[in-house]
Design a protein around this ligand. Structure first.
Ligand code: XIL
Length: 296
């Protein structure tokens, strides 16, 4: 019983959830994490503004709590995220010199990924770097270093934690669209001199009825030969049909290793107004939960 054990019976690695010290402090939430989930992703505690709010001054209080909870409860951990233009402290955004920014990225990654070396299943090394047209969009990283920032980050992550699967992660990779094709192209360029990127994460923050392209997206991403993961799934309205469409797309894609929903209960969702998760705001399983279990 439970999402993870049913999912694992199809050869998948785990079904995960976003979590952090706030949500692992809620007893109903913890009971569900224990019964149904095989992995966690820190919702906010490993982001740059949380871990290095001031230059070279690191804060691991919340991320340590999450990692310790996951480790003692046998849950895999998807580290999230090392280089992202959002939730980024102002001192990083104001850097304009390429040598300085390179060493700042390397120092951040060696400290954060190095702290948890050997403990994480994977890292989202670079998050949300693409525009809807499939090209890298403006950010301090791209503006100062060009596309090379992606390779700089992945090399640093490999050096800091040689055992973690290194992912690139993005949103709106929900059909075989221009952004998916841009991702496939980017991964091919970055990996052309040797495998730096191990996996591609598609967040899948979907609207109601928005699951129809999931299979095409996963197939296109899997065409790179890398592993693929659904990393932040939530679907407005949480219809059974939408959820099972996404689950079936992963089941039909051998390289799709995991599904992570972006939380357990609507009570704690960043999109709580959309009721997008599998448990309602009273921590009761919704129809979509039963449909997914049935489907698995
Ligand atoms: C969200 C968190 O859920 C919120 O608590 C926070 O206020 C903002 O970030 N893409 C990502 C996640 O990669 O890190 C984001 O998480 C949701 C969108």
């Amino acid at each position: 019983a439970g999402l993870t054990s049913s999912f694992a019976s199809h050869g998948k690695k785990f079904w995960g959830s976003a979590a952090d010290p706030n949500t692992i402090g809620i007893s109903q939430n913890v009971a569900i994490l224990k019964s149904d989930f095989g992995g966690v992703t820190p919702e906010n505690s490993m982001k740059w503004d949380a871990t290095e709010p001031n230059q070279n001054s690191f804060n691991f209080g919340n991320s340590d709590q999450l990692v310790n909870w996951a480790t003692s409860n046998g849950k895999l951990i998807r580290g999230h995220t090392l280089v992202w233009h959002s939730q980024l402290p102002g001192w990083v955004s104001s850097i304009s010199d390429s040598a300085t920014l390179t060493s700042v990225i390397q120092n951040h990654i060696s400290n954060v990924a190095g702290r948890y070396a050997g403990k994480l299943y994977s890292w989202d090394v670079v998050n949300e770097c693409l525009g809807e047209d499939g090209n890298l969009h403006s950010s301090v990283f791209f503006n100062v270093l060009g596309e090379n920032f992606v390779s700089i980050a992945f090399r640093a992550a490999r050096a800091a934690d040689g055992g973690a699967k290194l992912y690139i992660n993005d949103f709106n990779l929900d059909s075989n669209n221009a952004k998916v094709r841009g991702m496939v192209g980017l991964v091919g360029r970055v990996n052309s001199g040797g495998k730096l990127i191990d996996g591609i994460g598609t967040q899948m923050h979907l609207g109601a009825g928005g699951a129809g392209g999931a299979q095409a997206a996963l197939s296109a991403l899997a065409s790179t030969g890398l592993e693929v993961a659904i990393t932040e799934l939530d679907i407005a309205g949480a219809s059974s049909n939408d959820y099972t469409t996404v689950v079936n797309a992963c089941l039909n894609t051998p390289q799709c290793v995991s599904i992570t929903t972006w939380g357990v209960s609507d009570a704690n969702s960043w999109r709580s107004g959309d009721s997008p998760l599998l448990w309602d705001s009273n921590y009761q399983p919704k129809a979509a939960y039963n449909a997914v279990i049935q489907d698995l």
